[in-house]
Design a protein around this ligand. Structure first.
Ligand code: 8X3
Length: 253
C-alpha cells in the first residue's frame, strides 16, 4: 500500500528536495508550508497523483488544526512525518540579539514542531507504526558565537527526538534526527542574514556546502531502513567544514 509522508517547510530548500525525492520513491507526499503559490509550483513539477499541497503556518496552532482537518480521506493517515520547517535569524551575540527573532525561532523550531508532532503521534501509536524524521542541526551539539537561541532550539529538537524514542519503548514507531552542518541551495542564510546577499555569498564561497539533495537522500535512506532499524541521529557536514580549537582569551597582567 502506498505510504503517506507529511513534509513541513515544503515550499523551498530541504523541504522541496525531500518532497521531490519521496515522490520519486513512490510515496504520496503532503507538502505543508505557508506559501501556497510555491506549493502549487511544486505540484506542477511533481504532478497531482502523489503530491498534495497543504497551506499551513506551523507557528499557528489554529492553522495547523485547520490544515490537518482539511486533508481528504486518502491523505489522512500519516506514515512519515518530516519536521523540516525551521529557521535561524541573526548571528549577533546574545547581548545584541533581537528578542522578536528569538521568539520566532522558538515558535517555529520548537513550538511548531512539538505541536504538529503532538497531533500526528497518537494516530501512529494507535496503528503501532510510523516514522518521524526531525531536522536538527550540528548547531544543536556544537556551540558557536551567534548561534545562541538557534543552536539551543536545535539542541531541543535533538533531545526531543531521543526522548520520543524513550516514550515509544515497545512500540514500532521510529524517530530520527538529521543534523546538518553548512548547507546551501536553501533560503536558510538569506533568512538568517535578512536578505544581505553579499554576506550569504561570502559564507558559501568555495565551501562546497551540503545541498538539499544530500538531505533528501538521507531522508530517503532512513525511510528505506528495515522496520526493525531505528537511526537515532545523523550528523552531516561538508568536507570543507570541521572543528576548531576552543579559544582562550587571556587577561593582560
Ligand atoms: C545549519 C548549520 O552551521 O549554519 O543548521 O548552524 S549552521
Amino acid at each position: 500500500m502506498t505510504k503517506t509522508a507529511l513534509v513541513t517547510g515544503a515550499s523551498a530548500g530541504f523541504g522541496q528536495a525531500i518532497v521531490k525525492r519521496l515522490v520519486s520513491e513512490g510515496y504520496q507526499v503532503i507538502g505543508a508550508a505557508r506559501r501556497m503559490e510555491k506549493l502549487q509550483a511544486l505540484q506542477e513539477e511533481v504532478g497531482e497523483d502523489l503530491f498534495f499541497p497543504l497551506q499551513m503556518d506551523i507557528t499557528d496552532t489554529a492553522s495547523v488544526d485547520q490544515a490537518l482537518a482539511s486533508l481528504p480521506k486518502p491523505w489522512q493517515t500519516i506514515d512519515i512525518l518530516v519536521n523540516n520547517a525551521g529557521l535561524a535569524l541573526g548571528l549577533e551575540p546574545a547581548y545584541e540579539a533581537d528578542f522578536t527573532d528569538w521568539m520566532t525561532m522558538i515558535n517555529t523550531n520548537i513550538v511548531g514542531l512539538v505541536y504538529l508532532t503532538c497531533q500526528i503521534l497518537p494516530d501512529m501509536v494507535k496503528r503501532d507504526t510510523g516514522l518521524i524524521i526531525n531536522l536538527g542541526s550540528t548547531a544543536g551539539t556544537v556551540p558557536y558565537p551567534g548561534a545562541n537561541v538557534y543552536g539551543a532550539s536545535k539542541a531541543f529538537v535533538k533531545q526531543f527526538s531521543l526522548n520520543l524514542r524513550a516514550d515509544l519503548a515497545g512500540k514500532h514507531i521510529r524517530v530520527s534526527n538529521i543534523e546538518p552542518g553548512l548547507c546551501e541551495g536553501t533560503e536558510f542564510s538569506n533568512v538568517r542574514f535578512k536578505g544581505d546577499d553579499d554576506r550569504v555569498d561570502k559564507l558559501y564561497q568555495g565551501a562546497r556546502a551540503i545541498q538539499p539533495k544530500d538531505i533528501a537522500e538521507t531522508v530517503a535512506w532512513i525511510a528505506s531502513q528495515p522496520a526493525h532499524v531505528n537511526i537515532n541521529r545523523i550528523e552531516i557536514m561538508p568536507v570543507s567544514q570541521t572543528f576548531g580549537p576552543q579559544p582562550i582569551y587571556r587577561d593582560e597582567n
